[in-house]
Design a protein around this ligand. Structure first.
Ligand SMILES: Nc1ncnc2c1ncn2[C@@H]1O[C@H](COP(=O)(O)OP(=O)(O)OP(=O)(O)O)[C@@H](O)[C@H]1O
Length: 597
């Protein structure tokens, strides 16, 4: 039931996790501090009795008669002082408990907010890679940077509602003990106000979803401005981009205005209804002859009750207003409709035999209308040898890397490693034996040393050795900070060729069993590339290398070449057999798969 009432109930429940144990303490502290407040207010009755000179408890019943007896036997002056001191002590104690409760709720809020952010990052790291191929990064950024905070705020609101709810229950109980007729009148009125609230709050869900969706769009535009700074300037698109951004931003403003204006109508409406209700209670109490001290105590209690009830009713509206945010966070955290990460339990210690693509068919998820990327692709990658995978742009070369790294899985067919299907091998162990240097794999924002040792502990000597092999050492040495140089966001402070050499050093420092180079040297100058090719040649017989390139020189050291075209493997042949062919001739070379003898 609660799941239907409270959008994102799951999110809140899971975020609270072990902190759920603390909620009863929040409630008890709320109840006790409200009871102390109620008792303090009840003591107004004898105080007023002393001041008004009427201390007769005869007309009073129940708890009001009990309060009227407090300090009986003392003379008026002493009694007034004693009761005032008692009220002050109750107020101090109540505030100490309320402060303790504030600390406790803040602690729970902090833990739950952290749990939401941590669960989001965990999900983003665990989720199957195809998710990122399909999702709008703006939506993901918006969930992490905006919606997760609103979900945290919803938790704070729920905690505040618990405290306010506890206070309201106790203060209502005091009211009931003072006068059940007046309390019934007030309680019925509060139920009607709550109904009006619920109807209005329900209209917040639609605008809340709109705000979330426009925020995603705006986050995507922001990302675009950050990433496409050069493109926009070089094509003189500043005006157009400004207009598109402003329109996205204005859509957020408009949707936000609709939501906030509806939310904003709730507090004044509540205040007017509550005031009418309380005035009605006072007038009806007077008309049925309730005594003056009891009416005063009742009014003071009502006055103290009102903010709690108001906050409680506002919490409901706020949570409805955040329903879009909670739904977004719930969606991202829900694993049921997300691609699963690769599985497999067989250990993998090293590549002893060949890898084979056995009739592998693949199409990217969500691209059913487009031509198939790989259709029954069959070829072998010999262990300890170097294989070039070539083909015209869009032929599916990077897709083969994605399949080998298990970012995506074949729709049909198998990839076999030493005869064992790749999907049975432990993916973590498998990936530990692979290193990829690719034009798409970015550098991290840190030092050159941190970039080369990303994912691999290595000494400075090992880092220098890898950098030398990748033709990076000489330029790094000349930088004022050497290997401590900070490369900036995505390596922005380096040239494209320098970035590629650092990325290659990062792959080489692992001395991987399988090295994959996907257009990894296309921005490197000819001399450096020749030296890199020599390095790669030295791996022959010891390690397996897969090279993807459109340059003849880059694949010159390879033993085998696999030619892709139109979704098929056109040929696989020893490179020596086609040494005389140019790249263009190779792209058209079609002989099927010639296995090495
Ligand atoms: N995420 C994706 N979603 C849908 N289709 C994709 C996706 N990535 C690639 N493709 C399509 O798959 C096909 C093969 O792409 P792939 O990147 O493997 O080609 P490639 O041979 O590496 O090309 P290039 O030489 O230009 O790098 C292309 O038609 C491409 O449009």
């Amino acid at each position: 039931m609660l799941r239907f009432l409270l959008p994102g109930f799951h999110v809140l429940h899971n975020a609270l996790g072990r902190q759920l144990r603390l909620l009863p303490i929040v409630v008890v502290l709320g109840l006790v501090s409200a009871a102390l407040e109620g008792a303090g207010i009840g003591l107004i009755i004898p105080m007023l009795g002393i001041i008004a000179g009427s201390q007769d408890a005869g007309g009073l019943h129940g708890i009001s008669a009990f309060f009227q007896q407090v300090g009986a036997g003392l003379d008026d002056g002493q009694r007034l002082l004693a009761i005032a001191a008692g009220v002050l002590a109750l107020i101090v104690l109540k505030n100490v408990l309320a402060f303790a409760n504030t600390l406790l709720t803040m602690f729970i809020y902090g833990k739950a907010s952290h749990a939401i952010r941590s669960a989001l990052s965990d999900q983003l790291l665990r989720i199957g890679y195809p998710f990122f191929l399909q999702q709008n990064p703006g939506r993901l950024l918006n969930i992490i940077s905006n919606e997760s905070w609103r979900a945290s705020d919803a938790i704070q609101t729920v905690l505040a509602a618990l405290v306010n709810g506890s206070a309201a229950v106790i203060l209502l109980a005091f009211l009931l003990l003072l006068s059940w007729q007046m309390t019934l009148f007030v309680a019925l009125g509060l139920v009607l106000v709550q109904l009006a609230h619920a109807v209005l709050s329900a209209t917040l869900r639609g605008p809340s979803r709109d705000v979330t969706s426009f925020n995603s769009e705006l986050a995507a535009r922001m990302l675009h401005l950050v990433h496409a700074g050069r493109l926009i300037r070089v094509f003189g698109q500043e005006e157009r981009e400004k207009a598109v951004f402003d329109s996205a931003s204005d859509a957020v403003r408009r949707a936000g205005f609709v939501l906030q204006s509806r939310q904003g109508s709730l507090p004044p409406l509540t205040e007017v209804l509550h005031s009418a209700l309380f005035l009605g209670a006072v007038v009806s109490a007077w008309s049925v002859g309730v005594s003056f001290p009891v009416i005063v105590a009742f009014v003071v209690l009502l006055y103290r009750l009102q903010p709690h009830v108001r906050a409680l009713q506002m919490s409901w509206g706020q949570i409805q207003g955040w329903s879009g945010s909670l739904e977004e966070v719930r969606w991202l955290l829900d694993p049921s409709d997300k691609p699963k990460p690769p599985t497999g339990h067989e250990p993998f210690a090293g590549l002893r035999e060949d890898m084979e693509f056995d009739h592998v068919t693949f199409r990217y998820p969500g691209s059913e209308a487009r031509p198939i990327v790989l259709s029954s692709a069959t070829f072998a990658i010999r262990s300890g040898r170097s294989t070039a995978i070539i083909g015209r742009s869009g032929a599916g070369k990077t897709t083969i890397v994605n399949l080998l790294c298990r970012f995506v899985e074949p729709d049909e067919g198998h990839i076999l490693v030493g005869g064992m299907p790749l999907d049975q091998i432990d993916p973590a162990q498998w990936r530990r034996q692979i290193a990829v240097a690719s034009q798409d794999l970015e550098l991290v924002d840190g030092s050159i040393f941190e970039n080369i040792t990303y994912g691999q502990n290595a000494t400075i000597a090992e880092v220098e050795q890898a950098a030398k092999l990748a033709e990076a050492h000489s330029f790094v040495e000349k930088l004022p900070q050497g290997y401590a140089t900070i490369v900036g966001y995505r390596g922005a402070s380096l040239s494209a060729g320098q970035r590629q050499r650092i990325a290659l050093a990062r792959a080489l420092v692992r001395d991987p069993e399988i090295l994959i180079l996907d257009e990894a040297t296309n921005a490197v100058d000819g001399l450096s590339e020749a030296a890199i090719v020599e390095t790669l040649r030295l791996r022959a017989g010891r390690r397996t290398t897969i090279v993807i390139s459109h340059h003849r020189s880059t694949i010159s050291f390879c033993d085998d070449v696999v030619v892709l075209g139109s979704g098929r493997v056109k040929s696989q042949t020893p490179l020596a057999d086609v040494a005389s062919l140019s790249m263009d001739q190779l792209y058209e070379y079609e002989t099927g798969v010639k296995r090495h003898g």
